[in-house]
Design a protein around this ligand. Structure first.
Ligand code: NFS
Ligand code: SF4
Length: 656
């Protein structure tokens, strides 16, 4: 560092394992990671930051300033901001669609006999999904039934008529569907919605910010559909998650094993690698290792954690750091949230980086093209590469921070119902609604989404989890936010003892006693519901709560929070949460503040029309207050409406 240059603070994390690697690196190395690149990137452009930069046509970039209040074509700031925002929603929806379409395609190949390594591992889930879609299983074998399910999935992906999409219609309360019809935001299909956004935001088409935003909300619903399909099909192929206990953080790396980090999003590949890693123990032993150990990063990590109990290595932001322990032999990646920076870090060590998808490559990496027809063979190829790398590393020194925490994950909606059903087998969800009605719980909060260097890594999520638990909030989590809880020791029963308020503790006591013969471990402070696409599971919980109370979602004391939102997928998920009636806290203000009009739509008009709304709040303490406030407002209203209905012997009011 040149003298006189401001001291760079790259210690933007509260994860002690990540800090340990960063500090060792600062002391003796030159390996550059996102933590340094973020600092070097400052200051970042404020036009982009506030959403008022348009690059949609070749006359741009047009930037809104006091001097030039419109783009060259005459586009107002509000049009530019709205267009940029909804293109991000289309990007997020496109990424999830990519994932979901791959599941559809694999099942298609399976049914044609062209994907021999896959099978229907959870026929019961298949029957549940078919039943929900209104399909009769009579006289059909599982493959015939799956074919019918798949036909509906394909239709939700591609149709261009205005029939409601099955995955929306059958998973939300009817009142939601009415709002979507009234506001003309029923998506025709996943692909159509993305295409409509690209068309309507082309230069010189839609300039009405409200119209644009509503198109964005329509596409966010398409995103919800794609995600729900991905979750359902993954469960059918690989099994519905059940509670499972393992460990998280860098301490899970075992120097005596061949260490493979699985990173990305798609369980189609990672499931196969995890299975083959177990099968190839003898090959690893022949190379002098004790075996092959897989560990997860990002959402593919969440997928194999939920179903196979694979340990959590880390979450998004710290993805480069495990390589710097010198003990990761191979990192295999598929799609999304993979920093290209991992390759440059791996180049400083013996670590192999392996890409697997034809549309997701990193220059200079190994590429093992994954195919449905030869999944096991390809997985074995990857494990073999890891064993080769281990041989190179075997006698070299490694530096692994000895930090890890126990965690229990695996809480699909079905697993939640099972746990709650031990208390009330007839009406499992009533266990939660009763606890809220009696004041034992203050509501339910979902922590979802990413990490983002704009705010200190893991800090806000960890603070909010502790603070809300103290205030008797039941907490569920997905994605990299769940990673925060897992890595920092907040996803186990000990954390309940340490952080839960009296009401929440009493709630856990009832559940743990009812489940003592069924579960090996007491229940964790944070219920891990899965990867980001599994936010569909979390919304199923919201729907179940709404049905149990007999109300529409805007009355349900359920709040979503993305303390470190980063990706376009997060923008899209946040948007469907709001459209589906959920107050949604975002801890990193998105690029909308350049237009007071668009900002106002997100913060206020959305609530008037859909009952959900955004809360932008970067300060964790204030965020906790606002989230609790949103829960309390809903519990209070629910109580008043219920009392009124009882007094006048009427139905619960439909409005909010
Ligand atoms: Ni979700 Fe998962 Fe993580 Fe964010 Fe990326 S891994 S899909 S986008 S960063 S939670
Ligand atoms: Fe500028 Fe209009 Fe072109 Fe955007 S579409 S770059 S505002 S001229």
């Amino acid at each position: 560092m040149s003298e006189g240059k401001k001291k760079i603070d790259n210690r933007r994390t509260i994860d002690p394992a990540a800090l340990s690697v960063i500090d060792t690196n600062s002391a003796n190395g030159q390996v550059e990671t996102a933590y340094e690149r973020y600092v070097n990137m400052q200051p970042q452009c404020n036009f982009g930051r506030t959403g008022v930069c348009c690059r949609i046509c070749l006359q741009g970039p047009c930037r809104i300033t006091k001097k030039s209040s419109k783009g060259v074509c005459g586009a107002h700031g509000y049009t530019i901001v709205a267009r940029n925002l909804i293109r991000a929603i289309a990007g997020g929806c496109g990424a999830h669609a990519d994932h979901s379409r791959h599941m559809i395609y694999t099942i298609h190949e399976l049914l044609e006999g062209k994907a021999p390594d896959y099978s229907i591992e959870d026929p019961e889930k298949l029957h549940r999904v078919a039943d929900r879609l209104g399909l009769s299983a009579d006289g059909k074998d599982d493959k015939e039934l799956l074919k019918e399910v798949l036909t509906h999935a394909e239709s939700d992906f591609t149709k261009i008529n205005e029939e409601p999409c099955k995955w929306l219609e059958t998973t939300v309360v009817p009142e939601r569907m009415k709002v979507f019809t009234d506001c003309n935001i029923q998506p025709r299909s996943v692909h159509t919605s993305i295409s409509e956004i690209m068309g309507s935001t082309h230069m010189g088409v839609d300039h009405d910010p409200v119209n644009l935003i509503f198109q964005g909300l329509k596409t966010s619903l398409a995103d919800y559909i794609g995600m729900h399909i991905a979750t359902d099909l993954s469960d059918i192929l690989f099994g519905t998650p059940k509670p499972v206990t393992t460990e998280a953080n860098f301490g899970v790396i075992d120097p005596d094993m061949v260490n493979i980090a699985v990173h990305g999003h798609n369980p189609l590949l990672s499931e196969m690698i995890v299975r083959q890693a177990r099968e190839m123990k003898s090959e690893a032993e022949a190379a002098g290792a004790k075996g092959v150990k897989c560990m997860g990063i990002c959402c593919t990590g969440n997928e194999v954690l939920m179903r196979q109990g694979v340990p959590v290595l880390t979450n998004f932001l710290s993805q480069e750091l495990p390589i710097m322990t010198g003990a990761v032999d191979l990192m295999v990646v598929d799609v999304q949230c993979i920093m290209p920076g991992v390759k440059a870090v791996a180049d400083c060590y013996h670590t192999r980086v392996v890409t697997t998808m034809s549309h997701s490559k990193i220059p200079g990496s190994y590429h093992v093209e994954f195919t449905e027809a030869r999944a096991v063979e390809k997985a074995r190829e990857v494990v073999t590469l890891a064993i080769e790398a281990f041989k190179e590393r075997k006698d070299k020194e490694v530096d692994i921070p000895e930090i890890k925490h126990k965690l229990t994950a695996g809480f699909s909606m079905e697993a939640m119902e099972e746990v709650l059903g031990a208390v009330n087998p007839e009406e499992p969800i009533k266990v939660i609604t009763d606890a809220v009605d009696s004041g034992q719980l203050r509501g339910v909060v979902l922590f979802a989404g990413c990490n983002n260097l704009r705010v200190p890594h893991d800090a806000s999520g960890a603070y909010l989890i502790k603070e809300l638990a103290k205030n008797n909030v039941l907490i569920v989590a997905t994605g990299c936010a769940a990673g925060t809880a897992a890595k920092l020791g907040l996803m186990n029963a000990e954390a309940v003892e340490e952080y839960a308020g009296e009401g929440l503790k009493a709630f856990y006591k009832t559940l743990n006693e009812a489940n003592k013969d069924k579960l090996k471990e007491d229940l964790p402070l944070v219920f891990h519901m899965g990867s980001c696409v599994d936010n569909s599971r979390a919304y199923d919980l919201t729907t179940a709560l709404a049905r149990q109370w007999g109300v529409d979602v805007p009355k349900v004391p359920f709040v979503a929070s993305a303390p470190e939102a980063m990706s376009e997928k997060a923008v899209s998920i946040g948007s469907w949460c709001v459209t589906l009636g959920v107050p949604t806290h975002v801890g990193v203000v998105p690029e909308v503040t350049g237009s007071a009009l668009v900002d106002g739509i997100a913060l206020q008009i959305a609530e008037d029309v859909y009952g959900g709304y955004f809360i932008w709040e970067e300060d964790p303490e204030k965020a906790a207050e606002k989230i609790l406030g949103a829960l309390d407002e809903r519990t209070w209203k629910l109580k008043v409406h219920k009392e009124t209905a009882e007094k006048f012997e009427t139905e619960l009011s439909a409005g909010w």
